[in-house]
Design a protein around this ligand. Structure first.
Ligand code: GDP
Length: 685
């Protein structure tokens, strides 16, 4: 039978990870209950043979302790482990005690009790195979520091554990009337006949031996599984510091008095150990076939789910993570293939063209003489100086920084785009990591790139030579640039028109014109020529509510756009005229000339951005992905990463359940076979 219990305890621990709430899948363990100071800790420590439980008055047990004792017949060392926190091979029991204290104290005083159990395994040749659950002691008197709900919380916690199929170890002190024993009161509620309750009477040394025997013989509160008497701390001795003689010490008291040597009276540590193992074995044995059935049913269900939902596809956190990395690298590769020299150049040139338009607006289009331009331009020296000024504005605008920044922004935007889609959406913090290390990689190369670009464009700041072919291309681009702006402005104007309404807009514009004129005519008395309009508008002005400030704003905007379109159309015509047909017209055709410059700037910039920044980044990125998102992570982190995706989490969980149940089933099949064999052998004898 020994073998059976050991294996079933293992099975129980595996099942616990699989299904905490399904009672059919539970194997019994021994639950220890008793009032505070009833001697509960002393009994447990006697069984283990070591002092290892936290001591003190201030509610030292705040969480259940699930204690698995593993009998290791041939081992010399005794040691403990806390599987949950990964602490193994602790041979110093003071260390176990300290750890238990800390784990208990992690529950704050205000919470007072946590239902989350501490798992502790103890391996020793001196312990039987048992699973014991130590619970906080029932309290009778609440001291001032303890919150009043504490008492109720402890009862609730114990109630949770004393359910079937668990065995109850009910501890009562011999010097307290059994009628007042909290342990018996609570166990009787769930097990009135004591079919799964063993009584332990502690501190037998504190009552007369006759009275002690009376308690054990079990007339007052009969339990089918009976009572065992214990003396754990003989008077005058403190603690169990000398562990070797532990059993002797605790049993000495009974050995000396023949009154305890009756067949019905069970006393001492060895009796208790024997009793506990027998009862647990019997119970587990009885449960064996039931549990086999339950596991079988559960396993079939899980296998079915696994087939239907995942088509029996095996997945691991590692394989999922590797897939994600591959997807990311693949998408990045696609991007880097589509973002070559030509594309980078085009992006830079587009940006520079917008700059050209800004410069032209500032230097030319706001100049009223621009209307007479270009016929005026050839004769006027001003235009010559203007073209130098505008080219300087372009070449000295910090091209190195703006172009490099532009490319950096494009790359980062692309990465944001990639990571904003499934499956990356589940992995927010990893996506942040990607952006983060990418920014860092790009930043590292940023300044050298900026400097290199600035260095190579330096000559262009002083002189720009231009071939006919370059001029032709610059002009073409300038024309389409101006045309594009015309279209954009027209579109905006159209939008305002449809927003406000043509007529309303027209009158509002007239109104503004009139206002402007009035301002002019305040210095000029002659109002002739505009009388008509004035008459109409006077009426309008008498209804000021019609002109709300938003309408006026829109009207002003429309007027601006109209003017802009007119100027741009003039420019488009000029660029198409003969005057702009060759380099000699450069001062009359600044858009074309600036475009020639921008092409040269873009060519130089793209070269260094490509070499210094992009090539390096494209090479490093996939390596960083592997390092930062995979190799640098612990197993647990990889697991957490995969489980961020709910679909994968469910998949892995179901798979784990299936694996655990299969393992359990294997063990159970083996045990059943052994059990049957044992029975057959017994029958043969
Ligand atoms: P718990 O609060 O129920 O865990 O009780 P403890 O095991 O800490 O014991 C409470 C007190 O009773 C301690 O002071 C122990 O020394 C004492 N005690 C425990 N067992 C015995 C015993 O068999 N005989 C005597 N005289 N005192 C005991």
């Amino acid at each position: 039978f020994m073998m059976l219990t050991k294996q079933l305890i293992e099975v129980r621990n595996i099942l616990k990870t699989v299904n905490q709430n399904c009672s059919a899948l539970q194997l019994p363990s021994i639950v220890v209950i008793g009032s505070q100071s009833s001697g509960k800790s002393s009994v447990l420590e006697a069984i283990v043979g070591h002092e290892f439980l936290p001591k003190g008055n201030n509610m030292v047990t705040r969480r259940p302790i699930e204690l698995t004792l593993v009998h290791t017949p041939n081992a010399e060392e005794e040691y403990g482990e806390f599987p949950e926190i990964g602490m193994k091979n602790i041979t110093d029991f003071n260390h176990i005690q300290k750890t238990l204290s800390e784990l208990n104290m992690s529950v704050s005083e205000s919470e007072c009790i946590s239902t989350d159990p501490i798992e502790l395994k103890i391996f020793s040749p001196n312990v039987p195979d048992l699973t014991l659950i130590d619970l906080p002691g029932y309290i009778q008197v609440i001291n001032r520091k303890q919150p009043p709900i504490l008492k109720r919380k402890i009862v609730e916690l114990c109630d949770k554990y004393i359910v079937e199929p668990n065995i109850i170890l009910a501890i009562s002190s011999a010097d307290v009337d059994l009628a007042n024993s909290e342990a018996l009161t609570h166990s009787r509620k769930v097990d009135p006949y004591g079919q799964r309750t063993i009584g332990v009477i502690t501190k037998m040394d504190l009552v007369e031996p006759e009275k002690g025997v009376d308690l054990l013989i079990n007339n007052e509160y009969p339990l089918e599984l009976g009572y065992v008497g214990m003396v754990c701390k003989p008077p005058g001795k403190s603690g169990f510091s000398r562990q070797l003689s532990l059993t002797q010490k605790s049993d000495e008291y009974f050995r000396k008095n023949p009154i305890f040597h009756q067949p019905d009276v069970q006393v001492g540590l060895s009796s208790l150990k024997k009793r506990l193992t027998t009862i647990l074995e019997e119970n587990m044995g009885q449960n064996l076939y039931g549990i086999v059935d339950a596991v079988q049913t559960e396993l079939e269900e899980v296998r079915y789910q696994y087939k239907v939902q995942y088509n029996d596809r095996h997945i691991t956190a590692e394989s999922y993570t590797a897939d994600i990395m591959d997807t990311l690298k693949h998408q990045f590769k696609e991007f880097s293939n589509s973002f070559g020299k030509a594309e980078v150049r085009e992006e830079i040139q587009n940006m520079l063209e917008e700059k050209i338009m800004d410069i032209c607006k500032e230097l030319y289009y706001n100049d009223s003489k621009v209307v007479a331009f270009p016929s005026l331009c050839l004769k006027d020296l001003i235009w010559k100086s203007k073209v130098d000024q505008s080219s300087a504005l372009l070449t000295k605008s910090g091209i190195g920084r703006t172009t490099t920044q532009l490319v950096v922004d494009i790359v980062l935007d692309e990465l944001r785009e990639i990571t904003s889609k499934e499956p990356f959406t589940y992995h927010e913090s990893s996506c942040n990591k990607i952006i983060d290390f990418s920014s860092k990689l790009l930043k590292k190369k940023f300044h050298t790139t900026v400097d290199q670009v600035e260095n190579t464009i330096k000559p262009l700041k002083f002189e720009v030579e231009c071939t006919d072919l370059e001029w032709e291309r610059g002009k073409e681009r300038a024309i389409s640039l101006v045309d594009r702006h015309i279209q954009e402005s027209q579109k905006k104007l159209q939008e305002i028109r449809s927003q406000v309404g043509r007529r309303k807009l027209r009158t509002a514009i007239k109104y503004i014109r009139h206002q402007n004129q009035r301002k002019l005519h305040q210095f000029d008395d002659s109002l002739e020529g505009v009388e008509d309009e004035t008459q109409i508008l006077k009426k309008e002005i008498s209804k000021p509510r019609q002109y709300n400030p938003i309408l006026i704003e829109k009207a002003k905007e429309a007027m601006g756009l109209r003017k802009e379109i007119a100027v741009l159309k003039g420019r488009a015509a000029a660029l198409r005229s003969r005057q702009c047909s060759s380099t000699s017209g450069k001062s009359c055709c600044p858009e074309a000339f600036l475009n020639v410059i921008s092409q040269k700037l873009a060519n130089s910039a793209v070269m260094f951005i490509q070499i210094e920044l992009l090539n390096e980044f494209m090479f490093q990125f996939p390596r960083e992905v592997d390092n930062k998102l995979y190799y640098d992570l612990s197993r647990e982190e990889v697991n957490n990463f995969a489980c961020e995706n709910p679909t994968i989490r469910r998949h892995i969980e179901l798979q784990k359940r299936k694996d655990a149940l299969e393992l359990v089933m294997d063990k159970l099949v083996y045990l059943v076979r052994r059990q049957n064999e044992l029975i057959r052998r017994k029958e043969l004898k």
